[in-house]
Design a binder for this molecule. Structure first.
Ligand SMILES: Cc1ncc(COP(=O)(O)O)c(C=O)c1O
Length: 433
């Protein structure tokens, strides 16, 4: 039989078939299978996945609860949607999310496929319900890559020209802004434009901006000011939510009570599903106003239900706290030992290693570090307005032994980068953000 690969590697075939526009590549990862916190690569290596596919694989790969739920749902699928009929998986998921998310009695759940579509739907529904179409974002905020969700974002990697732009407030600690300056900027926007502003979108921990934690109490002040002006607060929990920070909701760690919460990524444990939880007068504002054909399909809804139940059954929110603390302190010890590292920071299993801004020396960059980690058997990517922050969002099932193995690899990779033993990746192929 003819070799269907034509003798090419999986990575080469991907380069020749799948669009670059949807790729964010750091090294030539090509996976053929996954099991728990590990991926098997096409060249038959096992690598420890400390990204979990950007947090989507919240229970790792092949978790029995997800496998069982999806298998059952796909066999007996009652429709492929919630568009023109109710199905039990979507209804149970919505009921579960309502029970898990704090808020008033009269709320609903909107279901979608990605963080991008959910943020976009939230913004459109809020605009429709309030008659106030504009939004506020934080500098560096990332809420997605559809036209609508880019229009809520202020991340420099996006091509933001031409969209309806949000009003942008500086994030304290970034580029010299402090809490007072950020709140003064917010006050100014609210005083002048509140009548046109329906909502402020925030990430409780900014992820793609560089895993930036808010100073204590800052986001509560933001919420106080927004509610004084009738501006709704939307917590984008897509990356940091559902257990990752050691709180079920990342907004809880900030003492927030958002009007709407947006979920994605880890909600589906690797399957595409997103959700907005919010007041009925927003999400019920009009029939058929924010819809997609396969939203609420039983298979993805069953996966999400399995994820939510497993978080509770396996105590994974609490685990994120304890394993996260172990990861953070080990990483800080490595950061202290090498000049190329600035600091480790994070909350729960959302952890970052910031490296020096070596714009002029690719061999000492985050790119060289993650490429070296990959050679040594670990997957992690970098983020940040200056592309120098390595983000660790491993599966929430990470155990102590694998945490320690990850720390060993990263310590070795830091030493190799520091001493010039790591090669910088070709920027034409592996440019990251
Ligand atoms: C905080 C946040 N919101 C929204 C999104 C968009 O989610 P998706 O890529 O699933 O559309 C992301 C993705 O990185 C994110 O980190």
């Amino acid at each position: 039989m003819q070799d269907p690969s034509g003798g090419k590697t999986l990575y080469q075939r991907d380069a020749e078939s799948v669009a670059r526009a949807e790729k964010l590549r750091f090294f030539p990862l090509a996976a053929t299978a996954g099991d728990g916190v590990r991926l098997r690569t096409a060249d038959d290596r096992e690598v420890l996945d400390m990204s979990a596919s950007w947090g989507a694989a919240s229970l790792g790969y092949g978790h029995p609860a997800v496998v069982e739920a999806v298998t059952r749902a796909v066999r007996g699928a009652a429709s492929a949607s919630t568009l023109s009929g109710a199905n039990i998986e979507a209804v149970e998921l919505a009921e579960h999310l309502l029970a898990l998310t704090p808020g008033g009695a009269d709320r609903r759940v909107w279901l979608g496929h990605s963080g991008s579509d959910a943020n976009e739907a939230a913004a459109r529904l809020i605009a429709r319900a309030t008659g106030r179409p504009r939004t506020i974002a934080f500098d560096g905020g990332y809420h997605g890559c559809t036209v609508g969700s880019m229009g809520l974002s202020a991340h420099p990697a996006l091509d933001l020209s031409g969209e309806d732009r949000p009003f942008v407030v500086p994030w304290p600690g970034a580029d010299g802004a402090d809490v007072d300056a950020a709140l003064a900027a917010l006050d100014d926007i609210l005083e002048r434009h509140a009548a046109a502003i329906g909502a402020l979108f925030l990430e409780p921990i900014q992820s793609d901006a560089g895993v930036r934690l808010a100073p204590a109490g800052f986001l509560r002040e933001v919420q106080r000011r927004c509610s004084a002006h009738g501006v709704l607060l939307v917590s984008d929990e897509v990356k940091a939510g559902l257990g990752r920070t050691g709180w079920l909701h990342a907004f809880e760690g900030e003492g927030l009570e958002p009007d709407l919460a947006v979920f994605g990524k880890g909600l589906g444990g690797g399957l595409p599903i997103s959700a907005v939880v919010g007041p009925a007068d927003v999400l019920d504002v009009e029939w058929a106003y924010a819809l997609t054909t396969t939203a609420g399909n039983p298979v993805c809804s069953a996966a999400a239900l399995a994820v939510l139940r497993t978080l509770e059954a396996e105590g994974l929110v609490e685990r994120a706290q304890t394993v996260g603390a172990r990861l953070l302190s080990g990483l800080q010890a490595s950061a202290d030992a090498y000049d190329v590292a600035v600091e480790a920071r994070g909350r729960g299993l959302m952890v970052a290693l910031e490296l020096a801004r070596e714009d002029t020396n690719p061999a000492r960059s985050a790119g060289a570090f993650v490429a070296r980690c990959f050679e040594l058997g670990l997957v992690a990517f970098y983020v940040g307005e200056h592309s120098n922050v390595v983000e660790l969002t491993p599966p929430l099932i990470l155990d102590d032994a694998d945490c320690d193995r990850a720390l060993e690899i990263m310590d070795q990779a830091l030493g190799d980068v520091e001493h010039g033993r790591a090669a910088a990746p070709d920027p034409a192929l592996f440019a990251g953000w």
